[in-house]
Design a protein. Structure first.
Length: 110
């Protein structure tokens, strides 16, 4: 049985890549069976990955920065303190179009 607990920001768990970094918070390692949550920070002008689609819904909460967001065939601009919802199997992606790092939290079904 999974237990409730607090998961603090842990710099030692940061996973760096050439676009910024990702910090996992909730996954199977902490006992989560149905949800995953991480925070990503993406450098200006970069995208975390190419547009994609997948099973399971996804929510992204843009904490800092400005993103160009693709949902299906439409592109829109999202700013800090905005939630983005991506339905199951809908093409989606985002790119940092600002001049500062873009920070966002991702919550998705496992």
């Amino acid at each position: 049985m999974a237990h409730s607990f607090i998961i603090p920001w842990n710099p030692a768990a940061v996973q760096k890549h050439d676009r910024g970094f990702m910090l996992p918070f909730v996954n199977e390692a902490c006992g989560a069976r149905n949800l995953r949550m991480h925070v990503s920070v993406i450098d200006p002008g970069k995208a975390p990955h190419p547009p994609h689609q997948h099973a399971g819904e996804e929510i992204i909460f843009l904490l800092e920065g400005t993103a160009e967001v693709l949902i299906g065939t439409e592109t829109q601009v999202a700013r800090a303190m905005t939630a983005l919802f991506f339905p199951e199997n809908v093409l989606h992606g985002m790119r940092n179009i600002g001049e500062v790092p873009m920070k966002y939290a991702v919550i998705r079904q496992a």
